[in-house]
Design a protein around this ligand. Structure first.
Ligand SMILES: [Zn+2]
Length: 342
């Protein structure tokens, strides 16, 4: 029988301090050339070991070889000039200097496939691999070529599909697209956001997921959350269409968020990765707190479709805290497993 409540993480995990400055996003690498390539592989091994030690069932690379969940993928594409930078407002929230799309975008060669093969060699456990979603990608760029968010999103979807097919062939079990932008641009999500995501998964036989959160625990995001009022109902705008889509799993932020849990009901039939670990706080959840979140979610998602997860990536946290949080996630899932089998 398949294990009930397989645990997983939303994506990134902290990097060792010899590879990049810890507790920081976009942290520069401390190594170069061959040493950097070796260092990334060592960090991946370490990250896998830490997930396994904490008892995580669906493991990942911890995004050890990426500086950032969106930009690292885009860096490998043609048509984007990283020297030519413009300041844009990201997710309607904060200004950032971003690269410019200067011509047709394309992928000359695989971006993460070698890393995925390497991870596949290290473990027989199910592997989840995260890619940025098309809408979040276009939201992190200045577009001087297509001059249409939708057109550029469709181009990225095509490229993501090429990468996803190769990741699947490399033995990845679940391909996840990170779409925090889905919590902001509701009309676009419904008009073409979900459709471009379906284009990105076209032809895949492995499981597919979309991660929709309220962002990393950085100041711009925590400040934004304070403006969202006592109930966060953003998911309500996009779940009905998502429920009808071909995407198999949805990864959500639940722990310490003001998302009314009953919104999960709108996804009935989908697998739900329930965020039971807050990544914006250094307070480590107790297993009982994790269990309480999972129990609440169980009212709205079938037990065989619930995967306990983190709210978002944990890259900005310390390794000690991230490890403790993963252990709490696993211990909390085990409590609910025991209850259900009793
Ligand atoms: Zn996230």
């Amino acid at each position: 029988m398949k294990k009930l409540f397989p645990t997983s993480t939303a994506g990134s995990l902290p990097k060792p301090s010899w590879l990049a400055e810890p507790e920081k996003l976009w942290s520069p690498w401390k190594l170069q050339g061959e040493e950097l390539a070796d260092g990334k592989r060592d960090a991946l091994r370490l990250s896998l070991h830490e997930q396994q030690h904490a008892g995580i069932d669906i493991v990942s690379d911890g995004e050890q070889s990426r500086q950032h969940f969106v930009t690292t993928f885009i860096e490998h594409l043609d048509g984007v000039d990283f020297e030519k930078r413009e300041t844009v407002r990201i997710r309607d929230r904060y200004d950032a200097s971003v690269p410019t799309v200067v011509g047709p975008v394309s992928r000359q060669k695989a971006v993460f496939v070698e890393d995925a093969k390497f991870l596949r060699q290290q473990t027989k456990q199910p592997i989840k691999w995260a890619l940025p979603g098309p809408m979040t990608m276009i939201d992190t760029l200045y577009d001087a070529h297509y001059k249409s968010r939708e057109k550029l999103a469709w181009e990225f979807a095509k490229i993501l599909n090429q990468e996803a097919r190769e990741l699947e062939a490399a033995g990845v079990d679940i391909i996840q697209f990170d779409e925090p932008a889905f919590n902001v641009f509701f009309d676009e999500v419904n008009d073409w956001g979900i459709a471009t995501l379906e284009r990105a998964i076209e032809g895949l036989k492995c499981e597919t997921a979309v991660h929709i959160c309220y962002g990393y625990g950085i100041k711009a995001n925590t400040d934004w959350k304070k403006t969202l009022g006592s109930e966060w109902r953003q998911y309500e705008r996009i779940f009905p269409k998502l429920q009808k889509s071909n995407i198999g799993m949805v990864s959500l932020e639940c722990q310490n968020s003001r998302v009314p849990m009953e919104l999960i009901e709108l996804l009935r039939g989908k697998k739900v990765m329930v965020g039971a670990i807050d990544v914006a706080s250094n307070t480590v959840e107790t297993p009982e707190e994790v269990a309480a979140t999972l129990r609440k979610a169980l009212q709205f998602v079938d037990a065989d479709k619930l995967c306990p997860c983190t709210n978002c990536g944990m890259a900005p946290l310390s390794r000690t805290i991230a490890r403790a949080k993963l252990e709490a996630l696993n211990a909390g899932a085990e409590i609910v497993r025991q209850e259900l089998s009793a």
